[in-house]
Ligand binder design. Sequence first.
Ligand code: GLN
Length: 254
Amino acid sequence: MNELYDIIIAMETSGLKISAGHLYPKQLNLYGDMGNIITLKRRCEWRGIEFEYNEINMNDKIPVCDLYFIGGGQDKEQIDVSKSMYLQKDFLIEQRDNDAVFLGICGGYQLFGHYYQPFDGEKLLGVSLLDAYTVAGKKRFIGNVTAHTDFLTPETLVGFENHSGLTYLQNDTKPLAVVSTGNGNNGKDKTEGARYKNVFGTYLHGSLLPKNPHLADYLISLALEKRYGEKIQLAKLNDEIEYNAHNSVLDKAY
Ligand code: GLN
């Protein structure tokens, strides 16, 4: 019965579309973060949903999209991206307030806040999509992370962290999840990542979404709702392989 139900749902989403803007992939794409875009694209196409991909490079005018993605990178690459993206800060805040979905990983996540202060050198200005800031610490956090959300089923997110930046959330910016293994935002307050409106930031590389299909579908649903103005149900996919990968690293020793 469920299979027939899913076929009907898939028929309903067939022909829908989401537009995606990939921010600065030539500079910020550490540890296979491109895998997040591939996952979103495939999980849309498996349901007959068109995934329009827009690569946004240095000095490009950022287009209006339903969903934006930015990966992680070394401090050096973040300097260039900060200079280019900051010039379009007001446009990005306008998209956030129009319910566009944003996913930022590590270095990209840090630039979604107000600033990232590397260990030495100039402060990098962020675009303030999140009320947060980051300062580089002396220690580099490297290893597996398991964190618990209050909005996903299953509640867990798994990934890999490699950062020296310590991120502190302010006011309405809530954590994406609470860490049970690993360090997360700063290794002190047990928070991992951040969420405000439809903006999501996280330190989880891996890449994140292939091992966390429930988050991928959550983001696709939000992007469809933004584009069509209503909640649209997604047909279930066979995620046995994805959850085998997810469960294989759950609370894995750091
Ligand atoms: N350069 C930043 C840091 O070290 C981000 C690193 C990353 O994107 N993995 O915190």
